[in-house]
Design a protein around this ligand. Structure first.
Ligand code: GRF
Length: 219
């Protein structure tokens, strides 16, 4: 089967992007990274992608002011130009409108640094520490119009250690992000993920709820 053409949308350093690029170097991986697209010309991830000979594009949101629709039609044009099948949001710091999201329904995924539905939004690690969470983690989910709310494809938990700093916890979570994002894209690209009543089934089996997860602690 032809490999799916995936675009990774970034705004920053792109460590999840790098993990996806690395996984897709395997010829048997079911997706190729056909494009890295940034809304910021200075995103560090662009250089990393170029070093791997991946096509990069910039659609600078500041050029569109408050014209969200204009920004998104520019994004869409670039995605079409590169014949993209699947979008991976990886630290892409722009909210997307319901119109754009619905065009990519079931074909756009995101990684979020928390065990959704806990800690939607920003500053997840600080909020997890402040809340006294014992378990924290990361989630890959389909994108729906409501932020950080779509059907969950993969999650991984890490233990919160006593005395953890925000940075230490972030680093522990990032390691599992780099593991689950390539795994989730693989499942989606292979067509093994079905959405039923807002929940994902993988090969027909419902994805476990966050409360059933056991922390894996890569240190
Ligand atoms: C990650 O923590 C990801 O979960 C969140 O934004 C961060 C991006 O980091 N959505 P990177 O650019 O992939 O290193």
């Amino acid at each position: 089967m032809a490999r799916k053409r995936a675009a990774i949308l970034i705004s920053g350093r792109g460590s999840n992007m790098a993990a996806l690029i690395e996984a897709a170097k395997d010829k048997n991986y079911p997706a190729e990274i056909s494009l890295v697209l940034s809304n910021r010309p200075d995103a560090g991830g662009l250089l990393v992608a170029q070093a791997s000979a991946i096509a990069t594009e910039v659609v600078d949101h500041t050029a569109f002011g408050k014209d969200r629709a204009g920004f998104e039609s520019a994004l869409q044009a670039v995605l079409e130009k590169h014949r993209i099948d699947l979008i991976c949001l990886a630290g892409f710091m722009r909210l997307l409108t319901a119109g754009f999201v619905s065009q990519w329904q079931g074909r756009m995924i995101n990684i979020h640094p928390a065990l959704l539905p806990e800690f939607k939004g920003l500053d997840t690690h600080k909020r997890a520490l402040d809340a006294g969470a014992k378990i924290h983690g990361a989630t890959v989910h389909f994108v729906v119009p409501e932020m950080d709310s779509g059907p969950i494809i993969a999650q991984a938990a890490v233990a919160v250690h006593p005395g953890d700093s925000e940075e230490a916890l972030a680093a522990r979570v990032l390691k599992v992000e780099h593991r689950i994002y390539p795994m989730a894209l693989k499942l989606v690209a292979e067509g093994r993920v079905q959405i039923k009543k807002d929940r994902c089934l993988i090969d027909g089996v419902p994805v476990p709820q966050a409360s059933e997860l056991v922390p894996t602690d890569p240190g």
